[in-house]
Design a protein around this ligand. Structure first.
Ligand code: SAM
Ligand code: SF4
Length: 334
């Protein structure tokens, strides 16, 4: 399966070669910034892509030039056929990556090793047991930490994601950085983003600038700026002589739309051409009706707005989230 030189390009010339597939809307955690307290309504299995549909759709994207696929969710590893899907997608000519909350990693470590997975993203919003359990509304701190250590021991490149929330975990900023002193992990501090049901208010978030001001004050000239990879959404740093690195993802205060190469596919088979976009294209129904989905994919990406789903101001972002115009994060696939 090769792309034969095809590319998915939008009207601004951005080439889209990175597909994020949500395997499920379900999750074994209830992180309060992601999942509404009441959870989300469960829907019949038939509305979601089955294993074959996921693989067929992925192959179509690869034939159009996609070179990287990330599996996300909800929690991708709660899906009963996750291992088979991971195995099948690993046979495509793409870089395969996974974002997980870490709870089930030990069940999957052999699969990850056998397919040669290199890098894995794990959410970790606190290094304190009580606090992490409060944020996730579940009691898995010990399991998550032991699984992160398991990944490190097995030489995976581990990226740890923390959504920084004022008055919740921002006081742990230096603890997160000190975690990189002896451990070869990459800690990523993510700005709090607005989604349906997460009661977003930018006052609750911590901006890239504030994070870096605090870090510079603490570490001074020991803060080293690292080179960012092309299309990287993160600005990368390390503290001199520490084993690991860290980054800030400024999706809200300084979005990286100019170089965006991402396409999102929800678990129910809709394409979102931007995380913040209010519109979706149903490719699963088209696939089930035997229609050609290639032109739908190309048209959807071509129509992508230049910047943050067409929303220029924080007010527009907040309105969109509060009026339920977008999905919850758990139903998009982060
Ligand atoms: N369950 C997996 C996990 O937690 O890593 C994958 C799905 S989760 C939706 C993917 C990422 O989105 C996580 O790193 C999570 O922290 C991030 N995320 C969720 N809601 C967010 C929000 N409101 N703002 C910023 N990041 C968010
Ligand atoms: Fe689940 Fe991940 Fe959302 Fe937390 S961030 S509720 S683990 S999908």
């Amino acid at each position: 399966m090769e792309s034969e030189g095809k590319q998915i390009t939008d009207q601004f010339g951005r080439v889209h070669n990175y597909l994020r597939i949500s395997l499920t809307e379900r999750c074994n955690l209830r992180c309060f910034y992601c999942m509404p307290e009441e959870g989300i309504a469960l829907r019949p299995r038939s509305v979601f892509m089955n294993k074959k549909e996921i693989i067929d759709v992925a192959k179509t994207f690869v034939s159009l030039g996609v070179t990287k696929i990330r599996l996300t969710g909800g929690e991708p590893l709660v899906r009963i056929d996750a291992k088979e899907i991971i195995q099948a997608l690993s046979e495509l000519p793409v870089e395969l990556a996974i974002t997980t909350n870490g709870v089930l990693v030990d069940n999957f470590i052999d699969t990850f090793k056998s397919i040669g997975l290199k890098s894995i993203n794990v959410s970790l919003d606190s290094l304190q047991k009580e606090k992490l359990n409060r944020i996730t509304r579940r009691e898995y701190f010990d399991k998550i930490m032991s699984n992160i250590n398991l990944l490190i021991q097995n030489k995976f490149h581990v990226k740890l994601n923390a959504v920084l929330l004022r008055g919740v975990n921002d006081c742990e900023l230096f603890d997160f950085i000190e975690f990189t002193k002896k451990k070869n992990v990459h800690f990523r501090f993510i700005e709090f983003m607005p989604f349906n049901g997460n009661k977003w208010d930018w006052q609750k978030g911590v901006s890239f600038k504030e994070v870096m001001d605090r870090i510079d004050l603490q570490y001074g000239s020991s803060v080293l700026r690292l080179e960012d990879r092309k299309n990287d959404t993160a600005k990368n740093f390390m503290i001199k002589n520490y084993c690991g690195t860290f980054a800030v993802i400024s999706s809200v205060s300084n979005p990286f739309c100019d170089t965006c190469n991402r396409i999102r596919l929800t678990a129910d088979g809709k394409i979102k051409n931007c995380l913040f976009s209010n519109s979706e294209t149903d490719i699963l129904s088209a696939l089930r009706e035997g229609k050609d989905i290639q032109h739908l994919i190309l048209e959807t990406i071509n129509n992508k707005k230049s910047f943050r789903g067409g929303m220029d101001t924080f007010k527009q972002l907040a309105d969109s989230a509060h009026r339920n115009k977008n999905r919850t994060m758990v139903a998009i696939g982060g």
